[in-house]
Design a protein around this ligand. Sequence first.
Ligand code: SAH
Length: 350
Amino acid sequence: MQIIQDLSLEELTQVCLNLGQPKYRAKQIFENLHLGKNLDEMSNIPKDLKDKLKVQYIDTPLTIIHTLVSKDGTQKYLYKLHDGNIIEGVLLSYEYGNTLCVSTQVGCRMGCKFCASTLNGLIRSLSSGEILAQVLVVNRMLGGDNKTRKITNIVLMGSGEPLDNFDNVVKFVYLVNAPEGINISQRNISVSTCGLVPQIDKLAKLKLQIVLTISLHAPTDEIRKTIMPIANKYTIEQIIDSAHRYFNATGRRVIFEYALIRGVNDSMECARTLHKLLSGFPTHLNVIPLNEVKERNLESVTRKDAYRFAETLQKLGTSATVRRTMGEDIDGACGQLRAKFIAEQTDKEE
Ligand code: SAH
């Protein structure tokens, strides 16, 4: 069965017309769905229509089954999907608003050596409505609606490789940006990828105003291959070239992620090589001390080391900062998402 939150307003309109309903019903239902309501909770929709829709569609794609709240305000959620699968999410609070980190797949097939999401491979991709529902339920839970949003920014940095679920991720961007719905600005949405070059080009062609974030994590292919299997498919040169094309097509600065792993990618030589790679177009590098994952044999660096690494780049003229860590006191309880509390710094800085 399809998920009703997968439908755009146009698609929902067609569904309503097919059921002999007036067009405005679709708009009412769409608005209600974006308020985080399921069909039973929509008091302005006739019961017989709701019953007909319930036969065809799943209207509760997921529910929050557990919430962890950190002293610094960071919240972590465990969602249960309609089919019983579990995904996680993180809410980061800033002065300028709240950023929700959403998952795009259950598990992941990219196999990065430092990442907990990929430990058991890919279970399945999420539909656009399942990605959207993460935003809608949290917005509602925090008391937000479609005008007064409690979620202002979204990062697609939970479990999964967004560009390995391309069509659903792109549809999600359109859905979450719909003026009749929650209408979160594309400029406040970041998509993070391990560097799937053809899909980066495909995304560039759509000329969305979203932020592209690339998980680089190494300055040479040799090092990258030891931690990211995808490096056997695409070279760093190909990735940087695609980032140039993305910038040229969209005018949006590309952000790079760099998790520092002791003895692997943390030398000053690495910083200098990185600088050479990133000079020549507007970029920013987020330096993150690795979050050690129990099942993986990789060691992190100290925050001081991370600052030194970022400073080296800054002195050479590459924009680089160390990511603020949040919710450290609740990390332990949160399996894979301890690995990725990613903040979208872009719009704050721009
Ligand atoms: N698949 C996408 C998005 C999901 S991961 C990607 O690769 O970008 C979100 C970010 O968290 C990525 O930059 C990823 O490399 C990083 N990450 C994963 N595990 C981590 C860990 N243990 N420590 C630090 N960063 C990690």
